[in-house]
Design a protein around this ligand. Sequence first.
Ligand code: AMP
Ligand code: GLY
Length: 415
Amino acid sequence: MRVLLIGSGGREHALTKAFLASPRLTTLTVAPGNPGIAHDAPTAPLTSLAEVQAWLATHPTDLVVIGPEAPLAAGWSDAIRALGIPVFGASQSAARLESSKGFAKQVMQRVAVPTAAFRVFHDTAEASAFVRQSGQAWVVKADGLAAGKGVIVAESMSETLDAIAQLAALPAGERILLEERLYGPEVSLIALSDGQTVLALPSARDHKRIFDGDEGPNTGGMGAIAPLNSITQPVAQQLAEIVMQPVIAMLAAHQTPFVGALYAGLMLTEHGPKVIEFNARFGDPETQVILPLCDGDVLLALYAAATQALTPATLGWRTGAAACVVLSSAGYPDAPRSGDVITIDPTKIPANGTILHAGTRRDGNQLVTAGGRVLNAVGYGADVVSALRTAYATVDAVQFAGMHYRLDIGQTELV
Ligand code: AMP
Ligand code: GLY
């Protein structure tokens, strides 16, 4: 199978490694990729849809896999499918589950998927007046894509008002959502869908705040573990049937089937699981810990989803656990510094440990930081304790000025 993978983060490096393990792979090209990906597979410097289309015109391709949200929201899947090539990645219409929080809320309401109560506002003055009248704090969200910066969990009424002003100033903040605050442990549930069938992948937990103990600003994600003790594989599939299947069915009924990875950010509240958000793609860093737990051919599974042939038996699951520690650059998330020289000592990487690249760049013969989340240290083991031990031992193989990482990844699962 000839495959084009679009993206350049740790998620795409994890997908690259999974695809390379497939006996069915003949060629893999990653566009644009990163230096770690380029070490493993050919890359092509394609960054626009026009460039991708031109490349596909001269490179016969059996499957295109789109990793990040921006090309999905921009309709790349639709344009590539129109060339007759199977695509694993949501159409522009289906990707509105992520690109418009208001759309996601409407769909959830229509098909009775449990989620936080909410109101949508087109006007900040109206939103502020509503908050003053309510006399309470709200979770404030910008409607559109905001690269993880579109949500503020306000602690008070005045923080809520400040949050409205702050988010309304973003390009994504043309519409503002006010949402009831939920309490409980968070779960990332990711499933493959071919438009009809939903196949849940192992449950995972991200760690979104920059500092230990969930302190500091939100980030794209500072580390992950999978699976969660309380969400075994049958429970994950049950959850997917509850929170995803009705959404998938509704999108199919509206001739906008969801083909790709559907991600539900769930909160396990005292009133049951509720959806905090949908993403129309694999999570990052969740993918880095989910793929090592898949038993079977991940590439064929994505092909099955892209060609409406997914079945419950498409993938099996390995026992054990995986952990990922994100190494971030100085200044992340507010003002990540680039250009710090990275050294990796391969002799220090333990068996079952892997380093994945995210925000790195080649500068002459040096590897330097080029983004907020720089590298991922991933460990696999018989249980969470050993996966974490391996992931943190892998961290020790890396050095760069300003390197930051959380020391408490996975602690919630060690009770
Ligand atoms: P999101 O970008 O929607 O994933 O939101 C980022 C983070 O904000 C989530 O992972 C939650 O920790 C928090 N959050 C979002 N919505 C709510 C809510 N309704 N109640 C409590 N926390 C929330
Ligand atoms: N790790 C959170 C996300 O991928 O959105």
